[in-house]
Design a protein around this ligand. Structure first.
Ligand code: MN
Length: 510
């Protein structure tokens, strides 16, 4: 369907990064701004590691507030002079921003798929993202001077844009659009390299265009409503080829995402973005990711390792950069809790939806655990109601593996285990699991190329990179023995009168 123009009845959503920051500022402990000068080159990520990165980042790290660096060395006078990191680096914060309790985000996302709404088109004059326009045809144009793209570590291939939402369309059918976050390395004054994991939909558009010898026009949208970023991270089969994931952000907000026409190419941009890079993915052009640094490494990837620089990546030729006044460059620390939430919450919803359709009422909740970056490990909480449900544990796990190919390990726990509490999940493993009877291996299944153990060098039985053994850990009690596994039950009391200052207004322990 062609994009509809925004109207008074259907104006589109006014959510954006500025509104997000207002919400964070009104919630204690969720936002921290520093004016201490910071080098975007490795220092910024090194600082945030200690403040709030979490996830698979090398220890010490922890969860904490989102952080704004308002004094970035070398960029004091740049059109985009501030860097913001960690907006989605806590599940609690994502819950605040999507107006959902953190432990119900899975269901909130799954409802958004059912209530998906299309984007709307607003005139360029009403698009804040075009308040400032810099055309690459200007001889003084230099992307590297406009915005402070950071590196995560001293050995990164170059400066990376880590939260660039790439919007591209089918070259045969421009109404078929996809949005996906891809890793983008700044390669020159008007060039970026773009990395596609196998099977990504925009890469399919790119290959179609390349087969015809044509460039693929795309926009890179940065500094967005978190609903857009998280909604964009659904993958097939939940969002099959040709499905525009912006519809899910529409479902989350109850109003469509506002798009506008790009200034230099035939494509759309997210109207309320902080920064938009417009450009074309060139046909038959490839660069080495670390061509400027010879570092050998790309950047720290979600599994927690600094992956190798890619020898041959497609190139985006930048045609323009547009920005808001006072634009904020939003980024994340490669591995870390922010990746877990971006990748994991949509994964949870995909698994929950499919399990609920196949086995109604059996799977109560799903957590895409942070140790796997929201991709490798899922914890399923189930409720057995009859003896046959013992076999439904593996059935549910197979459904999870079926809807999400990058999933590697599944831990299944009962309804009395808090699936978000790793200590509790491991307790279930210690007292409700016998390795030789409760483990199921499914070998030689497609997985994820960025896991260093999914390689023939690790196990010669692995046929190629990105092939894995999938494992199910059944940590549930056999139905017939349920009565023998009742947890010691404590008296139900209200502890607040005894220590009021240790609890928040909702009675949660601070
Ligand atoms: Mn897609």
């Amino acid at each position: 369907m062609p994009l509809k123009l925004a109207t008074t009845e259907n104006p589109g959503s006014n959510w954006d990064l500025r509104k997000t920051l207002d919400v964070l500022a009104s919630n204690p402990g969720q936002f921290y701004e520093t004016s201490h000068p910071v080098d975007p080159n490795a220092e910024l990520a090194g600082v945030y590691r200690h403040i709030g990165a979490g996830g698979t980042v090398a220890r010490p790290t922890r969860l904490g507030p989102a952080m704004m660096f308002s004094n970035v060395k070398g960029y004091e006078q740049a059109p985009a002079s501030k860097v913001l990191v960690g907006v989605m680096a806590s599940r609690k914060r994502v819950g605040l921003l999507l107006d959902s309790p953190a432990n119900k985000l899975t269901q909130c996302m799954s409802d958004a798929i059912d209530n998906a709404l299309p984007p709307v088109l607003v005139p360029q004059a009403q698009a804040p993202c075009q308040e400032q326009v810099f055309l690459a045809s200007d001889p003084d144009f230099d992307l590297r001077k406009l915005l402070p793209a950071p590196t995560n570590t001293p050995e990164d291939a170059g400066p990376f844009l880590c939260l660039g939402l790439v919007l591209g369309s089918d070259p045969e059918d421009s109404e078929k659009t996809d949005v996906t976050i891809h890793r983008l390395c700044v390669q020159g004054k008007d060039e970026l390299s773009i990395f596609f994991a196998p099977g990504r939909h925009i890469d399919a558009f790119r290959q179609q265009a390349e087969a015809q010898g044509k460039p693929l026009p795309i926009t890179v949208n940065m500094g967005l409503d978190p609903a857009i970023y998280i909604g964009a991270c659904f993958e097939a089969p939940t969002t099959p080829f040709g499905y525009d994931e912006l519809h899910i952000a529409g479902g989350l907000r109850g109003e469509g995402v506002q798009l506008t026409k790009a200034v230099s190419i035939n494509q759309h941009a997210i109207a309320r973005a902080e920064i938009v890079i417009e450009g074309e993915i060139l046909p038959n052009v490839r660069v080495r990711e670390d061509q400027n640094t010879d570092s050998g490494h790309a950047m720290p990837e979600f599994p927690g390792y600094c992956g190798p620089a890619n020898p041959s990546l497609p190139v985006i030729k930048v045609t323009a950069v547009t920005m808001r006044q006072g634009a904020i460059l939003q980024t994340l620390v490669g591995p870390g809790e922010e990746h877990t939430n971006l990748a994991g919450i949509p994964t949870e919803a995909s698994i929950f939806n499919a399990a609920e359709k196949a086995l109604p009422g059996f799977v109560k909740n799903v957590y895409a655990h942070t140790s796997g970056g929201g991709k490798f490990l899922a914890v399923l909480q189930v409720q057995k109601r009859k003896a046959l449900d013992d076999a439904m544990v593996n059935q549910a796990a197979m459904i999870a593996l079926g809807v999400y190919r990058e999933l590697k390990n599944v831990i299944v726990v009962d309804e009395d285990v808090d699936l978000f509490d790793t200590d509790d999940v491991l307790w279930a493993m210690q007292t409700r699991y016998q390795g030789n009877m409760d483990t199921t291996f499914v070998a030689n299944v497609a997985g994820h190329v960025l896991d260093p153990s999914q390689q023939p060098e690790y196990n010669p039985a692995i046929s190629s990179r990105g092939v894995s053994c999938k494992t199910v850990f059944d940590c549930t009690v056999p139905f017939r023995l349920k009565a023998h596994f009742t947890r010691a039950s404590f008296m139900d009391v209200d502890p607040r009168p005894f220590a009021p200052e240790l609890f928040d207004a909702n009675g949660n322990r601070l």
